[in-house]
Write a protein that binds this ligand. Structure first.
Ligand code: GTP
Ligand code: MG
Ligand code: ZN
Length: 290
């Protein structure tokens, strides 16, 4: 018996890495009957069946630090939220949703503003400042030219890191740069989309060095903020937190109430008006649910 990590899974085949060797594994039937099956990022015990052919069978899944359903992944320690400055156009609503998702799941988010070659510096700084002032790490990259990639790489040490963001923002290109290989050629799990571009369809983990892995994913974009209790939403806007217990009403929604500490902080410029507006928009989306 040996212990490795699941890199990828397609139907019944699991790629499990241990000591830098990748084994093709099946999972014992018992997992299915227990309604649990291995996913990328899982630490697993395997029995090696054939050392030459590098085949094995997964016998045990270790306890997970966390688990994500869409895409299926376990043991994530951080998420790089990739935002394209242009083509596709910058989507801060999606960024804020993903920040909520990360905070909710206690996974450290790092913001990556990519395609900085396509936007002027002023605009990039403006967006960057909104998020650095809150306390988030923001890294600016041009994945095509490899600019900013070293800074990004430093953050990946001793972590299992997923890259998330809309299709086309540059996740695979960034990972190519980090690995210094072309993952598409290496058998990235992708399909050509309607426009003939490669688009990632499955999670796959890549080893960058001992204890450091990056996951290319189709993005956590299907995440539904409504899974979070409406009353809890405000606390996932982390810069609101110092004000939340200072509102007049204990159950303040920070929308219509008169004496609201969050709204006062917005007026005083302590909370970004943009972020607050996006909070209101998200909050109002709940209305349609009930
Ligand atoms: N100009 C410019 N183009 C970039 C940059 N990063 C990526 N691109 C281009 O953007 C396109 C999409 O990049 P991908 O890396 O495939 O995007 P992705 O996020 O992996 O997309 P999906 O797999 O569909 O989710 C490619 O044509 C890249 O060459 C950048 O920093 N600047
Ligand atoms: Mg991709
Ligand atoms: Zn309030």
């Amino acid at each position: 018996m040996q212990t490795g990590i699941v890199l990828s899974n397609i139907s019944d085949l699991y790629k499990v890495e241990l000591n830098n060797i990748v084994y093709d594994c099946n999972a014992r039937g018992k997992f299915k009957s227990n309604d649990i099956s291995p996913v990328s990022g899982d630490i697993v015990d395997i029995d090696i069946i054939n050392d030459e052919k590098k085949t094995g069978v997964i016998t045990k899944i270790h306890d997970r630090k966390n688990y994500f359903k869409r895409p299926k992944m376990a043991n994530l320690s951080q998420i790089i939220l990739v935002v394209s400055m242009k083509m596709p156009k910058v989507d801060l609503e999606l960024l804020d949703k993903q920040l909520i998702f990360a905070e909710y799941n206690h996974v450290k988010p790092i913001i990556c503003l990519n395609k900085i070659d396509l936007e002027n510096e002023e605009k990039i700084e403006y967006i960057s400042n909104i998020y650095t002032q809150i306390g988030y790490k923001v890294i600016k990259t041009n994945a095509k030219e490899g600019i900013g990639v070293e800074e990004l790489k430093k953050e990946l040490q001793n972590n299992i890191t997923a890259f998330s963001g809309n299709s086309g923002v540059g996740k695979s290109t960034l990972i190519n740069n980090i690995l210094e290989t072309d993952i598409t050629l290496e058998g990235e799990i992708s399909n050509k989309n309607k426009r003939g571009k490669n688009t990632t369809t499955q999670v796959k983990l890549y080893k960058i060095d001992e204890n450091s892995y990056v996951a290319d994913t189709p993005g956590f974009s299907t995440f539904d903020v409504k899974e979070i209790d409406k009353k809890e939403l405000a606390k996932y806007f982390i810069e609101f937190r110092p004000y939340l217990n200072k509102c007049e009403y204990g159950d303040c929604s920070h929308i219509k109430e008169e004496k609201c500490a969050v709204k006062e902080a917005v007026q005083q410029g302590k909370i970004s008006k943009e972020r607050y507006d996006r909070y209101c928009k998200l909050w109002n989306e709940y209305v349609s649910k009930y």
